[in-house]
Design a protein around this ligand. Structure first.
Ligand SMILES: [Ca+2]
Ligand SMILES: [Ca+2]
Length: 445
């Protein structure tokens, strides 16, 4: 047997002592209401009251915090120890079901601990968690009820727990409360042997922050887009990392994914985050109403409506298969057919060119001639390529020029590569050595 037991004499003393108090046979164990004492307390702690400073570390241990009020049915409550006897500081390691715990409160019914939930810098404490049970120092005896109360009434009730009860996990939502109380009653049968433990009591505290997104964000299907978020943080000391999810009444993974997972907040009052969103191909509606939810410490900290509008991309641009041949100082204009599928929504695409040839693209210039926009019913783009200098020895003289498309109507532009065109430079005069190439006329498609 691994459990540590005190000397028999001490155990006997402890158990008979709390079983022989004048209050022991009391049956007037009316439920403790918000501010009314039952008069059964053996100990009350009030002289050192002060609001606790709850800083937004997220998970906030209560085991070292000062309470606004504390009462206990058998001597003082014991921080990080079992209640033991009426003597202060005589408890043993908090033990539930044979498991010892370092943090928590050992109390004795009737007992109450009251805490402030108002934190500094608008911190909001939204959840209380603990493990509860009768301490092993009473064996399978004792009988008590654990309760959590807020301003608005009772938020949790464990039912009657005895020394034989399994440890319970407590998780209470405290949103909307300004304070809360951890209460232990004697379960209506007297307080004898009611040695109760609140183990690992914690508050989850959140920064006061808001998030907002554009009223509408348009993204081409099958591409990544950018969603600008504005994070406003009213808790300057907060330096935590928040994460994001999307809530909707459908499976969002089929339609889009937020690929930016986390943001480290720097304490700035306002922070801009550009979320990367991938928009899938499957869609049936014009837009996707959803909520973007910001999380911290496992709790929702802020949310904003999110309307993602998928743009169809049904434009085909057909470059000629043959290379464009250029002489230095000359230009070639290539007509590029652009087709739009019936019913397609080009929404006025805008084009630009990005040369990309080997290591030395600087000899090639390319530009759109004309409006640079696709007619809604299709048509042609005219692209002018110009060679500006001779190739140098060892320089690549043939390669692909990339043709990139930009959509005017994006909230944020990003390039979509829709094709490449091969371009060949005809060098007339290779300087610094090497043989000159034959003079070949540009091949005009
Ligand atoms: Ca004690
Ligand atoms: Ca009892």
């Amino acid at each position: 047997m691994n459990r540590w037991w005190p000397p028999l004499t001490l155990l006997t003393f402890a158990l008979t002592a709390c079983g022989q108090t004048p209050e022991d046979n009391s049956t007037s164990t009316t439920e403790i209401t918000s501010e009314v004492s039952t008069g059964q307390e053996d100990w009350t702690w009030t002289p050192r009251l002060r609001p606790q400073a709850l800083w937004p570390e997220g998970i906030h241990s209560l085991s070292s915090e000062q309470a606004l009020k504390a009462t206990n049915g058998w001597g003082p409550l014991e921080p990080n120890r079992s209640n033991g006897t009426q003597v202060a500081g005589d408890g043993r390691p908090l033990t539930l079901g044979g498991v010892k715990f370092a943090k928590g409160y050992g109390v004795h019914a009737p007992s109450e601990l009251k805490y402030n939930l108002k934190g500094a810098e608008r911190t909001r404490c939204v959840r209380f968690k603990a493990e509860i049970g009768m301490d092993d120092e009473v064996g399978t005896q004792g009988s008590a009820v654990f309760q959590v109360w807020g301003d608005t009434g009772k938020l949790f009730d464990s039912g009657v727990m005895t020394g034989a009860s399994a440890t319970q996990q407590v998780s209470v939502d405290l949103r909307g409360q300004s304070s809360f109380r951890m209460v232990v009653t004697d379960a209506g049968n007297g307080k004898s042997l009611d040695h109760a433990d609140w183990v690992n009591p914690t508050l989850t505290c959140l920064p006061d922050m808001t998030v907002s997104a554009p009223e509408e964000t348009r993204i081409y299907q099958d591409t990544h887009g950018t969603l600008p978020l504005t994070l406003v943080n009213h808790t300057p000391s907060f330096r935590g990392t928040v994460s994001y999810t999307v809530e909707a009444n459908y499976d969002t993974s089929e339609y889009f994914q937020i690929t930016t997972k986390k943001t480290r907040l720097t304490g700035e009052a306002q922070q801009i985050e550009k979320l990367n969103i991938y928009m899938g191909r499957q869609y049936t509606d014009d837009f996707f109403p959803a909520d973007l939810v910001v999380w911290y410490a496992g709790e929702e900290v802020a949310r904003t409506p999110l309307n993602l509008v998928p743009l169809e991309q049904e434009i085909t641009v057909d470059f000629p298969d043959i290379p464009v041949e250029l002489r230095v100082g000359r230009s070639v204009i290539v007509k590029v057919p652009v087709s739009v599928m019936p019913g397609g929504e080009t929404t006025g695409a805008r084009y630009s060119l990005s040369p990309n040839i080997g290591q030395a693209p600087d000899w090639l210039e390319a530009e759109i001639v004309g409006r640079g926009e696709t007619p809604r019913q299709g048509g042609h783009l005219q692209v002018r390529f110009t060679a500006t200098r001779n190739a140098l020895p060892g320089e690549v003289i043939q390669g692909d020029a990339q043709f990139r498309l930009y959509e005017e109507n994006f909230v944020h532009r990003f390039p979509i590569q829709i094709g490449t065109v091969p371009v060949r430079l005809i060098a007339e005069d290779i300087r610094a050595g090497g043989a000159a190439q034959p003079d070949i006329q540009a091949n005009l498609p």
